[in-house]
Design a protein. Structure first.
Ligand SMILES: [Zn+2]
Length: 623
């Protein structure tokens, strides 16, 4: 998920205590019988969901889990602190529970003799800025389910039901058994597919068919929003989203789902991110996204990425990220394949489908390259590999370029662009990244399934397309602590990163102000310092994360005033003077910078063929 989009995956605090051996032996669920789960959404406006679960049990100790390691989130992020009002009853009598002292996600019960059914009831508090508003809800089933220890998630069967607020409609890839009034019953399904199949529901809902002509598998986008007007997807965007579906078929030559749903939530009151699933994706953007001029850029940035995950991440998954149930820790070391390749293929498909123009693709690559260097200090201490391996323990507020965040997304994009250019070069133009995707992500459509891979298998798959020292290539890139920008793919593609004083032609986070490339400051709208690059002119002047710029050369701060000051300093020996609030003191900082405005762009290198634009050309005829 880039933050605007991919990197907007929610990072919650990591948990350090992981029991080495999870209780697999003491549970006494009755295997083979479906567990019934009813989720009541009627109190969504009060941000409270209610879950009722009934399972067959035998007398004796029983261990129940609340999902902890959530697929796609790459960390032990299950929202356990939102579970309240928990009660168990066996044949109508209250059964006490105890939390495991080593794992807050684990509950122990002693089922009394003679009991055959256990009822569980609890509320789930929708966190502020989470998944619910007055008018809509995104239901992730892992939030509202308990499951017995001892059986893999793919073997536990659930019969799920939903009770919706009056008049709400819903969208999901879950097969529906019946829907009447405000109640929906889904067909029995395994726990792993239930958790992989969220539901969006709301008072304002629209479904739009995105199936390209001749495509046998149904695709649609289901949209919920905080107002009716927000649902107005233009025919142009609808066409380009349909192109995206067609281009995905051309790229991979295979699909691994029964049908596909883009579950799209438009609200200013939910977290903005995307989460991938086999047969759907849960993508959330600001309320008026479809109404503005940048709809194509926004959808291409988020929805294309999450869609690619159906092949790369859900179907082909690093072996150590594929765990049999949600209490077993995942290992994140191959996220540069899971997320990095997705982050390359998503924008590529966005460009092939027309959601992005070639110029937007160029500007996007330039912004990534510029944010990665040269001179980004985080890269000198923390190799790319570590950003993947240690992702869930290394979040934290502020200092993003010094901590170095989840660079396996952005740098993964450039890494895989370089792979694409090497495949082209090594095969003397006879093979492309599409051939790799056909081979690696292809095969028969058996519906949602997982085919795992290791580093060695990934390298062997590339080698089969274009013989090369791929292991050496990846190791060099993954272990590097060079501050240089990883621009090999851009340069092999016939382009180079240049800086000039023309503002970046991108919107949103990617279009951030040029101050980060000039004086080294990333400022919020009110002058809040969101980052000060260690070693930059602003940092050397004493400005760091968390401070607030309130004055520029004696005037009250506005961003325009700062831009003017940066321009003026270019032709002047005088420094830029910033008045900064540090906790509850004022500080005057003298920034010695005379380089003028700097914004990154791509420029053609006429000495080389333009392979970059070849990669992003539409591959499906007639689009
Ligand atoms: Zn992703």
């Amino acid at each position: 998920m880039p933050l605007s989009f991919p990197s907007a995956i929610r990072f919650r605090a990591g948990f350090l205590a992981i029991p080495a051996i999870l209780c697999l032996l003491a549970a006494h669920p009755v295997t083979g019988e479906s567990i019934s789960l009813t989720v009541d959404l009627t109190k969504t406006p009060q941000k409270l969901l209610h879950a009722h679960e009934t399972m067959a049990v035998k007398a004796g100790p029983l261990t129940l889990y609340y999902p902890k390691w959530i697929p796609g989130e790459h960390g032990p992020n299950g929202p356990i602190s939102s579970v309240t009002g928990l009660h168990f009853k066996a044949d109508g009598k209250e059964v006490p529970w105890k939390r495991d002292p080593l794992d807050v996600f684990t509950f122990h019960l002693d089922v009394p003799s003679g009991a055959s059914k256990l009822d569980a009831d609890f509320d789930y508090i929708e966190p502020e800025g989470g998944s619910a508003t007055d008018k809509l809800d995104v239901l992730e089933w892992n939030e509202v389910v308990l499951y017995p220890a001892g059986t893999p998630a793919e073997k536990l069967m659930y019969e799920a039901k939903l009770i919706l607020p009056e008049g709400w409609k819903f969208g999901t890839s879950l097969p529906v058994a019946s829907a009447a009034g405000n109640q929906v019953e889904f067909k029995p399904i395994s726990l792993d597919l239930l958790v992989d199949s969220p539901v969006i529901a709301g008072g304002y809902y629209r479904a739009i068919d995105l199936t390209p002509p001749g495509e046998p598998i149904h695709h649609e986008i289901d949209i919920v929003a905080d107002a009716e007007a927000d649902l107005a997807m233009s025919p142009d965007i609808q066409k380009k989203m349909t192109n995206l579906v067609a281009e995905s078929g051309k790229l991979f030559g295979a699909r691994h789902y029964r049908d596909y749903h883009f579950l799209f939530t438009l609200s200013d009151h939910v977290a903005h991110f995307g989460l991938e699933h086999h047969e759907s994706n849960d993508s959330r953007l600001p309320e008026r996204t479809l109404l503005g001029p940048d709809a194509g850029m926004a959808l291409g940035g988020l929805l294309a990425h999450e869609f690619v995950h159906s092949w790369n991440g859900k179907f082909r998954r690093p072996a150590d990220l594929a765990v049999p149930y949600y209490e077993e820790p995942m290992q994140d070391d191959l996220l540069w394949g899971y997320e990095g390749l997705t982050d390359f293929l998503g924008p590529m498909l966005a460009a092939r489908s027309g959601l992005w123009t070639p110029e937007q693709y160029h500007e996007y690559l330039a912004s990534i390259a510029a944010m990665l260097g040269p001179g980004r200090p985080g890269r000198t201490w923390r190799p790319l590999q570590d950003t993947a391996t240690a992702v869930y323990g290394m979040g934290g507020r502020g200092w993003p370029t010094w901590r170095r965040g989840a660079d396996y997304y952005d740098e993964g994009d450039l890494l895989w662009l370089q792979v694409a250019t090497i495949v082209h070069e090594q095969s003397k133009g006879t093979k492309s990244i599409d051939d790799f995707c056909h081979a690696f992500h292809g095969g028969p459509n058996n519906g949602p399934e997982v085919k795992t891979y290791t580093f060695e298998q990934l390298v062997a798959s590339l080698h089969a397309i274009a013989p090369y020292d791929w292991a050496g290539f990846f190791k060099e890139k993954l272990d590097s602590t060079s501050a240089e920008a990883p621009v090999g793919g851009i340069e092999n593609g016939g382009w180079k990163v240049v800086y000039d004083d023309k503002p970046t032609r991108l919107s949103g986070r990617r279009g951030n102000n040029g101050d980060i490339y000039s004086i080294g400051l990333q400022l919020g709208p009110d002058g809040q310092v969101n980052d000060s690059i260690v070693g930059s002119p602003a940092f050397e002047a004493g400005i760091t994360y968390g401070m607030k710029v309130v004055g520029v050369n004696g005037r009250v701060y506005t961003h325009d005033v700062l831009e003017d000051a940066i321009k003026a300093a270019k032709d002047s020996p005088k420094p830029i003077t910033l008045l900064v609030v540090v906790d509850d003191y004022y500080q005057t900082s003298t920034v010695n910078y005379h380089g003028g405005d700097r914004y990154p762009h791509l420029e053609r290198d006429e000495a080389k063929p333009d392979y970059l634009d070849e990669i992003i050309k539409a591959k499906v005829a007639g689009q």
